[in-house]
Design a protein around this ligand. Structure first.
Ligand code: BGC
Length: 714
């Protein structure tokens, strides 16, 4: 898709001069007003000078419906239904940065049309445990993959004069106790695992805003954290945008003033939800801040810096003279949503070529499972959407399989989605099960569409999952279904890994994520073979919970003791742990099948010895050896077998998605900066590139390496 853009940088240069003159015209009170909320999702401007309000909206999968001024309930507008894009786990699974650019551009257009200045997304917290209720909003477990995917998203959004707000900075890797838990993590893990995607978002993506996380890091809340915000973000990375709190994440006026926060949002002052007059004056960065400024305890330059950043953001967005008007719910956006969906679906198992299921056959298909019809844009917390359309999997299958006789049974039921609590289902579990078994008996094939959903303790904000297992009796149901009809394939709708005790008893499994408006179409595209799957897992599926590093180290590592948490897994997150400790996963990071087959061969590097400023060119042939066209993701990992520090066996350093028609063979080159092989050296607080031998691993999954090449750094 073409991304028309406008010339923000010219605006920007002129605006820097204007900003100083505007600041000189503002009173202290006007400036203090600008650094905190005036409603749930806006902060005030200055009427007298024509400075507009700043309007924000969630993110990250679509522009959220309008919310009341002072309460969390929806305003019930009739013109705020939008396009729901696939969840970010799916976007990451495409391994396709160009699609991320289309996604960002489209969602930015929708935000612009809805007159939003700041889109509260994308989310890039690292997938550390499969229990984190919000993994579906993020881009997986690997810092390199998340970095590559987040940058084009941000650039796409911002081409529309809408600021991306990258969240949640940082270490909000679980929902349990997120509002208070203090995370302790080594500098190495911080710099090598948790910071890189944020750094890329700021330095390469040039994000105009960033959201502080709820939790604490080394004893200080992330929304006003001297090291994270003042030192790393604003000094080291030269971030010139706005730091916005997560909603209600401010705890202290002095720290908020001095440790890097620019706009305070969502603080739960007394009366906020009951619209007490001037409730927002009670914010930490409102009257209490004004008082400290007036009595000289805090210098006005501190306030001016915040206002300068806010005005800069305004010149980039709402005060830009040629900001595009935006677009909403157009066919192009639906096309992008569908494309991301089809490219992100991951084929995990395909015994006897169970998939694709031929759409021309006159067969009976039993579609079983609650997720075949359950709307998934509803629930999940702040990423919830009011989608103009959400094609269910069942609807998509019915549309595509016109020749087939489709029967549907729920099979199991969960209750309705509610924030922070689990509501029981009104259905009788046994009746549902019997109906499903009857349907399965009558069918030629069974498609089980299950997984998790957007309710509390599932894939949902504000709580974590309670186990790795599929909920609502699905494991038992699947075993029984497979007994009455072994011709069974599973479509998993989730944003998280699940255990699969029934894996040997089903023929096929595909990971279908949460796909938004075009869910059913995208699933039917892959099921029918209209599109060939090419998604790859952006995180590891462990066989059992304890195989995951965060869980291996016991309670203090996950979920912590309620006050503190120590990331004992350190740098060995996800596949880094499985690889290094030789723990076989159920499905590995980077894994995903296709309806065709590929062969990687002739792996080479351009040289054998490199200096630290060199680029390492890794080349290989990739051939489509099957009968249909398809796309494969060639992945380059690098490891250092003998090192002065603990290392993961290998780390992803490059990837490339290539589309090949049948029998096509192509040579491709992936260039990697030698400097990227450095580790973060805690003793000098800087990166060190060790000399010596490294191994370059090339394959199409982290556990499927085709060839290895030894290189040396001199
Ligand atoms: C979430 C943020 C969200 C904000 C506003 C918070 O609870 O953590 O991701 O942007 O609410 O809805």
């Amino acid at each position: 898709m073409s991304h028309a853009t406008y010339s923000q940088e010219i605006n920007f240069l002129n605006s820097e001069k204007k900003i100083d003159s505007i600041i000189s015209l503002l009173t202290i009170k006007e400036k203090v007003d600008m650094v905190h909320a005036q409603s749930k999702f806006s902060s005030p401007g200055v009427d007298r000078l024509g400075i507009p309000e700043l309007w924000m909206s969630d993110g990250p999968h679509g522009v959220r419906a309008e919310i009341n001024w002072d309460s969390w309930s929806y305003s019930k507008w009739t013109n705020d239904s939008i396009t729901a894009f696939p969840a970010l786990t799916c976007l990451a699974a495409t391994f396709n940065p160009n699609l991320s650019a289309d996604y960002g551009f489209s969602i930015g257009e929708e935000a612009g049309y809805r007159k939003k200045d700041v889109l509260l997304g994308p989310g890039i917290n690292i997938y550390r445990t499969p229990l984190n209720g919000r993994n579906f909003e993020y881009m997986g477990e690997d810092p390199y993959l998340a970095s590559k995917m987040v940058v084009p998203y941000i650039q796409g959004v911002q081409k529309n004069g809408v600021a991306a707000c990258v969240k949640h900075y940082i270490l909000n890797n679980q929902e349990l106790w997120r509002d208070k838990i203090n995370v302790e993590v080594s500098d190495r893990a911080l710099y090598e695992i948790y910071l890189p995607a944020f750094k890329a978002a700021v330095k390469e993506g040039k994000a105009w805003s960033i959201m502080g996380a709820y939790n604490q890091f080394r004893g200080q809340y992330c929304s006003h954290n001297e090291l994270l915000l003042n030192k790393i973000l604003k000094e080291d990375w030269q971030f010139d945008g706005v730091v916005i709190t997560d909603w209600g994440a401010t705890h202290n006026t002095k720290q908020a003033a001095l440790y890097g926060l620019d706009i305070e949002m969502g603080t739960g002052t007394n009366g906020l939800t009951t619209s007490k007059e001037n409730a927002y004056d009670y914010y930490y960065l409102a009257n209490p801040f004004l008082k400290l400024l007036k009595n000289g305890e805090i210098e006005e330059s501190v306030l001016n810096d915040k206002v300068r950043r806010i005005l800069r953001l305004m010149f980039r967005t709402t005060m830009s003279s040629n900001r595009p008007l935006g677009k909403m719910n157009n066919q192009e956006h639906l096309d992008v949503a569908r494309k991301v969906g089809t490219e992100g679906i991951v084929l995990l198992k395909n015994e006897d070529s169970f998939f694709p299921v031929n759409p021309n056959k006159k067969i009976t298909i039993a579609v079983i499972g609650e997720n075949a019809t359950r709307p998934m844009t509803v629930g999940g917390g702040s990423s919830e959407l009011k989608a103009k359309q959400e094609i269910s999997p069942l609807q998509g299958i019915k549309e595509r399989y016109k020749n087939a006789n489709i029967i549907h049974a729920m099979g199991y039921a969960s209750g309705p989605s509610a924030y922070g609590r689990v509501l029981p289902s009104k259905f009788d579990a046994n009746t549902l099960k019997q109906e499903a078994l009857e349907a399965a008996k009558k069918a030629d094939i069974v498609l089980f569409v299950g997984g998790l959903n957007k309710s509390h303790h599932q894939d949902c904000e504000g709580g974590d999952r309670q186990s790795l297992e599929l909920p609502f009796g699905q494991n038992e149901l699947l075993e029984q279904l497979a007994k009455v009809n072994p011709n069974i394939g599973v479509v998993l709708v989730s944003g998280n890994a699940v255990a699969m005790p029934w894996l040997d008893h089903v023929k096929g499994v595909m990971q279908a994520w949460y796909l938004g408006s075009e869910t059913g179409h995208a699933i039917a595209d892959i099921l029918s073979g209209d599109e060939n799957p090419s998604g790859k897992l952006p995180f590891t599926f462990p066989k059992k919970l304890n195989d995951n590093a965060a869980h291996y180290f016991g309670e203090i590592s996950y979920p912590g003791d309620g006050i503190n948490q120590v990331y004992k897994d350190d740098i060995l997150v996800g596949y880094r742990w499985h690889d290094t400790k030789h723990i076989k996963p159920l499905f590995a990071f980077g894994y995903g099948l296709s309806y065709t087959t590929f062969k990687i061969s002739d792996v080479k590097t351009d040289k054998k010895k490199y200096s630290k400023t060199d680029k390492i060119s890794v080349s290989c042939n990739i051939e489509n050896t099957g009968d249909i066209s398809g796309a494969e993701v060639v992945q380059v990992y690098i490891g250092k077998p003998k090192s002065e520090v603990k290392r993961a066996l290998k780390e992803l350093k490059g990837f490339c998605k290539v589309e090949l028609s049948k029998n096509e063979i192509r040579n491709l080159t992936i260039a990697i900066d030698a400097s990227k092989l450095a580790y973060y050296n805690e003793s000098i607080s800087d990166w060190t590139l060790e000399k010596g031998d490294y191994i370059v691993y090339v394959g199409n999954a982290s556990d499927h390496i085709v060839e290895k090449v030894k290189i040396e750094i001199e």
